[in-house]
Design a protein around this ligand. Structure first.
Ligand SMILES: NC(=O)c1ccc[n+]([C@@H]2O[C@H](COP(=O)([O-])OP(=O)(O)OC[C@H]3O[C@@H](n4cnc5c(N)ncnc54)[C@H](O)[C@@H]3O)[C@@H](O)[C@H]2O)c1
Length: 276
């Protein structure tokens, strides 16, 4: 049996939140490269227009929409317009996310992780906490809800949520709202998967380790930080957006038909511990 046809997504209607950059852009690129019709949704109006235009220039079927996932009415409109443009919505990537700012230690890796006073619990501002929960958790809920409205009547769909290794392992270099939001999103995936399974709508999560994207002002582009992380990652390298594309295609395609409610960690083994 040759299963390559099970990965076909030709003609699929796809939306990706946070599609202008990093992992969301990688999801959009790989789906479009395999013949899907993709709408990149992002609050960065210039960035999302530029990426969609670049991909159209490569002959791919990509459009852009501007919405902040915390503005649920605007998000609904963007998803509805995409579904209307395609006459179907097969795949929704609930991916938009932000960095939570400083945590209670001052380094991502290594033996020296000094405490950072301004990242202490007592100084954690409501505004910072609420924004992270609003984007990284409430935004996932709102994206899944908008998508389910189109998927349930067709009894087919793929909802793919970007969680994080931080959903299960504390990363003290970043604020705790991030861990809380990602853990919440991880369990929300279980809830939605159970509810939607009978309609052949799968809901799964991709949990990345350390990937070089523009999150948090682009700190991941710092070569010294990359080297420090790579020393701890068992595969001794950081992740790049291209590393995530095959997993995204798998979870978006009929190949993953009988898999739901799962979180797949993609981290070069980082979550396992440190080997060498
Ligand atoms: N980069 C990593 O190492 C890593 C690790 C684990 C999880 N993640 C998760 O991956 C997802 C994508 O992040 P990334 O690393 O690609 O970052 P990124 O900053 O490169 O891309 C995120 C995109 O989301 C958009 N965005 C942010 N807030 C938004 C909002 N409220 N509404 C709409 N769009 C919004 C940004 O404009 C940006 O284009 C996030 O959920 C993040 O938490 C990233």
């Amino acid at each position: 049996m040759n299963v390559s046809s099970r990965f076909a997504v030709d003609g699929f209607g796809v939306v990706v939140t946070g599609g202008a950059s990093g992992l969301g852009l990688a999801y959009g690129e790989v789906l479009a490269a395999h013949g899907a019709r993709v709408t990149l949704i992002d609050l960065d109006a210039d960035g999302v227009a530029a990426q969609a235009s670049r991909l159209r220039g490569e002959g791919l079927d990509v459009r852009s929409a501007v919405a902040d996932v915390t503005d649920h009415a605007a998000l609904d409109r963007a998803v509805d317009e995409a579904a209307e443009a395609y006459g179907r919505l097969d795949v929704a990537f609930a991916n938009a996310g932000i960095d939570p700012g400083v945590g209670f230690v001052g380094a991502w890796a290594g033996g020296q992780r000094p405490r950072v006073e301004k990242g202490a619990l007592e100084r954690y501002a409501d505004e910072r906490w609420n924004r992270v929960i609003d984007v990284n958790l409430n935004g996932v809920f709102a994206t899944a809800r908008a998508a389910a409205r189109h998927m349930r009547p067709r009894t087919f769909g793929r909802i793919v949520v970007t969680t994080s290794l931080a959903a299960t392992r504390v990363e003290p270099a970043i604020g705790s709202a991030y861990m809380a939001a990602k853990a919440g999103a991880r369990h929300l995936v279980h809830c939605l998967a159970l509810e939607l399974a009978a309609e052949s709508i799968t809901v799964n999560a991709i949990a990345p380790g350390f990937f070089v994207t523009n999150i948090g002002g682009g700190h991941a582009h710092n070569p010294e930080l990359q080297a420090a992380i790579a020393r701890e990652v068992p595969m001794h390298r950081v992740g790049r957006p291209d590393d995530i594309k095959a997993l995204a295609l798998f979870l978006a395609s009929p190949a993953s038909d009988y898999i739901t409610g799962q979180e797949i960690v993609i981290d070069g083994g980082w979550g396992l511990g440190t080997a060498d």
